[in-house]
Design a binder for this molecule. Structure first.
Ligand SMILES: CN1c2c(nc(N)[nH]c2=O)NC[C@@H]1CNc1ccc(C(=O)N[C@@H](CCC(=O)N[C@@H](CCC(=O)N[C@@H](CCC(=O)O)C(=O)O)C(=O)O)C(=O)O)cc1
Ligand SMILES: N[C@@H](CCS)C(=O)O
Ligand SMILES: [Zn+2]
Length: 773
C-alpha cells in the first residue's frame, strides 16, 4: 500500500508579509503591476521550493491569491457584476481590486477598503468570514440571468509556472457547489445554487485545460460538505461530480472537505464518482471508521491529521499507532486537516518566544515536516524517522507535564464560582433607572465603538518602541498626546460618551494576549485576515489569569482630561478565545471561563477607578458558532455565561456595553438577550437597519446602538442619511432605547474621513432628538 504526503494550501502572505507590502505599494502607486506580479511570483516560487525541500510529495498550485481565493473563483467563472464592467477586462487587476476594495477617486488610501465616494466610483463586494475562521472572503454575487464563461487562466498559469520549475503540482480549485452556496443573489428569493448546471461546464473546461497541460490530479475544495445541507444541495453535488467525471474522465478529482465532519452528508459523498476524498480528522476523527467501512476500495483517502487551524505539535506516536492498521489496508495520503492559510508560516522566524513553549509549537513549515516524518514512519521506515519521532515524543511529553500550563490558583478560583458570578445584582429595568440618574445623558446619546485611526505615525512609534529606538517615556508621552487630542476633539464635536481611542493597542486581541498570563505572543507569526491585512493571534498555552491591570491607566489618563464619561474598553472573553490559538489539551469552554475571570478582574478595577461605563467587545461571539446547528446551543450557553462572568462583578449603576460587528442576529437573538448587557452596539448601516427587526420582534429590552455609519467605507455619510436611519430605528424601537454610533471601530479609517463623518453623526442625533421628543 502506498503512503504519500500532501499539502492543501500554503500561506500566501509571505514570511515577512511581502505580499502585504507589495499590494499596499501597488495600491498607492509606488510600484507597477509588473512589479506586483513579480513579487507574487517570487512568493509562489519560494513556497513551492520550501514545500519541496521539506519533502511534501503532493504540492499545491493555485493556492496563492493576490487578495482572496473566492474572489479568484468568481473572476475565473466570469461572475463579475455589471457594475465593474466599465473598469476593464474581466480578468484585469483593475476589475479584480475594484471588486475587492471598491474604487475611490479621492486621495489614495491603503485602508480604503469596501468603499466608494464619487458618483463614478464603485463599491467593493461584500466581505464575510470564511466558515468559522478569522479569514474573510469576498462574497460572490450572481443574478438569475447569470451566464458563466471561463474568463480567467490563473489556475492553469500557476500550474504551468510550477511545472516550468520542475514542480508537478496538484492545482487547488474552490468547488462549484461551495462557491454557489457562498454566493448571494441580487434578486430577492433567487437561490444561487439553481445556477449549478450552467456553472459546471466552465469547471469541466478548466479541468480539460489542466489535463492538457499535464495535471493528473486536481484538488477541489468543497468545505460546504461539512455543513447542514438540504436535498437541493446534495443533488447539486451528485450532478456536479457526475458531470465533471463524465466530461473529463482522465482528470483525477480529489474532493476536499475540511473544518468538520461529513456527518449526514457521508452517504452522498461516498457515492460521488471522485478519485480521492480528503477528510478533516482533527475536527472529526470519528468519521474515519465509517468511511473505512463504506468507501470504495479504490477511493484514495487523504487523511487530514495535522491541525491546520492551530499551532501545536502533533503527537506523532499517537498518529502512527492510529494509522498503522489503516495503511496496511489501503493507499492513503497524509495531509494537514485544511489549507495552511490559517497557520503562521515558520516557527524559525519567531526568535523571542520562551524556548520551553516554542518547543511545543509547529507552524506551517513544521507541520509539513511532521507529515514527512509520519510518512516515513508509516512507510515501514520507522528507523529513518526515529530521531524525529523521539524528539517529537519528548516535546509532547514535556508540554503535557509542564508546570507552565497549570496554575492551581486559577483552577481553585474557577471551581469556586457559582450562579451569582454570572448574574448582575439587579434586573435591567432597575439598573437602567440607576444608570440614567447617574449618567444624565440626553436621549439618543452619541458614542463611538472605541478605536480611532491607527495612523502610520502611531504604528511607527510603536514599532520604534518595540525596537528600542523610542524609550518608554517618549512612547507613553506620544500616546498621551494622541489620546488627549482625541478627547478634546470628541468634546468639541459634542459626543456624549467618549472613548480614549485605543492608540496604545496593536490589536484588540493581541494587546490583551500580551498582558495576560497563560498567553504567549509572537512577533512574526502573521496570519492573513483579509487582503493585505493580517493578525498575530496570541497563543493560549496555559491557565489564564491577569497578573496586573491592563487598561486602567489609560482609562484614568483619558477620564482625567474631561468631565464627560469615558468608556472603559475591553475585549470580551469569547472574542479573545475565538481570535487566539487555543490550547487543545482541555475544553475550549474551560479556557474561556478562565479568560472571563481575568476580564472580570479588569472590569471590577475599572469600576473601582471610577469608570461609570465599561464596554466589553464580543465581535467574534456570533462567528464562533459551530458550523452545525445542532451544536449551537451548547456553544451559546457557555459563551453567554462567559460574557456574563466578565460583566457581572460591577454594581448595578455601572453601565455595561458590548459591541458586535458582522452581526446577523436573527437566529441567536435570545442568546444576545441573555448576555444582558445594558447597551449593545451592532453593525446595521450596510443592511439599512434591517437587523433591527430581530431586536424588535424579540422585544429586546435593553438599549441598542444600531450603527448608522458604515465604517468600512471612507465615504462620509451625510447628516440627512443618518437622520433618516435614526428615524427609521425610532419606528422599530422605543426612542429611549436607542444610542447613536458608527458600525464598528475606526482604526482602519483616516482622520480626514472620520472627522466629518462623526460631526455629521452628532448633528443627525441632535436633529432626531428634537423630532422624537
Ligand atoms: C475586527 N477585526 C479583527 C479581527 N481579528 C483580530 N485579531 N483583530 C481585529 O481587529 N478579525 C476580524 C476583523 C479583521 N479586521 C482587521 C482590520 C485591520 C487589521 C490590520 O490593520 N492589521 C494590521 C496589523 C495590526 C497590528 O498588529 N499592528 C501592529 C504592527 C504594525 C506593523 O505592521 N508594524 C510595522 C512597522 C510599522 C511602520 O513602520 O509603519 C512592522 O512591524 O513591520 C501595531 O500596530 O503595532 C496589518 O497591517 O495587517 C487586521 C484585521
Ligand atoms: N473596540 C474595538 C472593537 C472593534 S470590533 C474597536 O473599536 O476597534
Ligand atoms: Zn466591530
Amino acid at each position: 500500500m502506498t503512503i504519500s504526503t500532501a499539502n492543501l494550501g500554503f500561506p500566501r502572505i509571505g514570511p515577512r508579509r511581502e505580499l502585504k507590502f507589495a499590494l499596499e505599494s501597488f495600491w498607492s502607486g509606488k510600484i507597477t503591476e509588473t512589479e506586483l506580479r513579480d513579487a507574487a511570483s517570487a512568493l509562489r516560487v519560494a513556497a513551492w521550493a520550501r514545500q519541496h525541500a521539506v519533502g511534501v510529495d503532493i504540492i499545491p498550485s493555485n493556492d496563492f491569491s493576490l487578495y482572496d481565493h473566492v474572489l479568484d473563483t468568481s473572476v475565473m467563472v466570469g461572475a463579475v457584476p455589471p457594475l465593474y464592467d466599465a473598469l476593464g477586462a474581466l480578468d484585469s487587476l483593475a476589475v479584480y481590486f475594484a471588486m475587492a476594495r471598491g474604487t475611490r477617486t479621492v486621495s489614495g488610501d491603503e485602508g480604503c477598503i469596501h468603499g466608494h465616494n464619487a458618483a463614478s466610483d464603485v463599491p467593493a463586494l461584500e466581505m464575510t468570514k470564511w466558515f468559522d475562521t478569522n479569514y474573510h472572503y469576498m462574497v460572490p454575487e450572481v443574478r438569475p440571468e447569470q451566464e458563466f464563461r471561463l474568463a480567467g487562466t490563473k489556475a492553469l498559469d500557476e500550474f504551468v509556472e510550477a511545472k516550468a520549475l520542475g514542480y508537478h503540482t496538484r492545482p487547488v480549485i474552490l468547488g462549484p457547489v461551495t462557491w454557489l452556496l457562498l454566493a448571494k443573489s441580487t434578486a430577492p428569493g433567487f437561490e444561487p445554487i439553481s445556477l449549478i448546471e450552467r456553472l459546471v461546464p466552465i469547471y469541466a473546461e478548466l479541468l480539460q485545460g489542466l489535463a492538457e497541460a499535464g495535471a493528473e490530479w486536481v484538488q477541489i475544495d468543497e468545505p460546504a460538505l461539512v455543513l447542514d445541507l438540504d436535498e437541493t444541495a446534495r443533488d447539486a453535488f451528485r450532478m456536479t461530480y457526475g458531470m465533471l467525471k463524465a466530461a473529463v474522465p482522465a482528470m483525477k478529482l480529489q474532493l476536499t472537505t475540511y473544518f468538520g465532519g461529513l456527518g449526514d452528508n457521508l452517504e452522498t459523498v461516498l457515492a460521488l464518482p471522485v478519485d480521492g476524498l480528503h477528510l478533516d480528522l482533527v475536527r472529526a476523527p470519528e468519521q474515519l471508521e465509517p468511511v473505512l467501512l463504506s468507501a470504495r476500495p479504490d477511493l484514495v483517502l487523504s487523511l487530514g491529521i495535522v491541525d491546520g487551524r492551530n499551532v501545536w505539535k502533533s503527537d506523532l506516536d499517537r498518529l502512527v499507532d492510529w494509522l498503522k492498521p489503516v495503511v496496511a489496508k489501503r493507499d492513503i495520503v497524509l495531509a494537514p486537516s485544511c489549507s495552511l492559510l490559517h497557520a503562521p508560516i515558520d516557527l524559525a522566524l519567531e526568535t523571542s518566544l520562551d524556548p520551553e513553549i516554542a518547543e511545543w509549537l509547529a507552524f506551517a513549515v513544521q507541520k509539513l515536516e511532521e507529515l514527512a516524518v509520519l510518512g516515513d514512519a508509516l512507510n515501514g521506515d520507522r528507523y529513518a524517522a526515529t530521531a524525529e519521532l523521539v524528539a517529537n515524543a519528548e516535546a509532547v511529553a514535556k508540554r503535557r507535564e509542564s508546570q507552565l500550563t497549570n496554575d492551581p490558583a486559577v483552577r481553585r478560583r474557577l471551581a469556586s464560582i457559582d450562579a451569582d458570578t454570572s448574574q448582575r445584582a439587579l434586573p435591567f429595568a432597575e439598573r437602567a433607572a440607576l444608570q440614567r440618574d447617574r449618567l444624565r445623558l440626553p436621549a439618543l446619546p452619541t458614542t463611538t465603538i472605541g478605536s480611532f485611526p491607527q495612523t502610520s505615525e502611531v504604528r511607527k512609534a510603536r514599532a520604534a518602541h518595540s525596537r528600542g529606538d523610542l524609550d518608554d517615556t517618549a512612547y507613553r508621552d506620544f500616546l498621551r498626546q494622541e489620546t488627549e487630542l482625541a478627547i478634546r476633539w470628541q468634546e468639541e464635536i459634542g459626543i456624549d460618551v467618549l472613548v480614549h481611542g485605543e492608540f496604545e493597542r496593536n490589536d484588540m486581541v493581541q494587546y490583551f494576549g500580551e498582558k495576560l498570563a497563560g498567553f504567549a505572543f509572537t512577533k512574526a507569526a502573521w496570519v492573513q485576515s483579509y487582503g493585505s491585512r493580517c493578525v498575530r493571534p496570541p497563543i493560549i498555552y496555559g491557565d489564564v489569569s491577569r497578573p496586573e491591570q491592563m487598561t486602567v491607566d489609560w482609562w484614568c489618563f483619558a477620564q482625567g482630561l474631561t468631565d464627560r464619561p469615558v468608556k472603559g474598553m475591553l475585549t470580551g472573553p469569547v472574542t479573545i478565545l475565538n481570535w487566539s490559538f487555543v490550547r487543545d489539551d482541555q475544553p475550549r469552554e474551560l479556557t474561556c471561563r478562565q479568560i472571563a475571570l481575568a476580564i472580570r478582574d479588569e472590569v471590577v478595577d475599572l469600576e473601582a477607578a471610577g469608570a461609570k461605563i465599561i464596554q466589553i467587545d464580543e465581535a467574534a461571539l456570533r462567528e464562533g458558532l459551530p458550523l452545525r446547528r445542532a451544536e449551537w446551543q451548547g456553544y451559546l450557553d457557555w459563551a453567554v455565561e462567559c460574557f456574563r462572568i466578565s460583566s457581572s462583578g460591577v454594581r448595578p449603576e455601572t453601565q455595561i456595553h458590548t459591541h458586535m460587528c458582522y452581526s446577523e442576529f436573527n437566529d441567536i437573538i435570545a442568546a444576545i438577550g441573555a448576555m444582558d448587557a445594558d447597551v449593545i452596539s451592532i453593525e446595521t448601516a450596510r443592511s439599512k437597519l434591517e437587523l433591527l427587526d430581530a431586536f424588535s420582534t424579540y422585544r429586546y429590552p435593553n438599549d441598542i446602538g444600531p450603527g448608522v455609519y458604515d465604517i468600512h467605507s471612507p465615504r462620509v455619510p451625510t447628516v440627512a442619511e443618518m437622520e433618516h436611519l435614526l428615524l427609521k430605528a425610532a419606528e422599530t424601537l422605543p426612542a429611549g432605547q436607542i444610542w447613536v454610533n458608527p458600525d464598528c471601530g475606526l482604526k482602519t479609517r483616516k482622520w480626514e474621513d472620520v472627522k466629518p463623518a462623526l460631526v455629521n453623526m452628532t448633528a443627525a442625533a441632535r436633529a432626531v432628538r428634537e423630532a422624537v421628543q
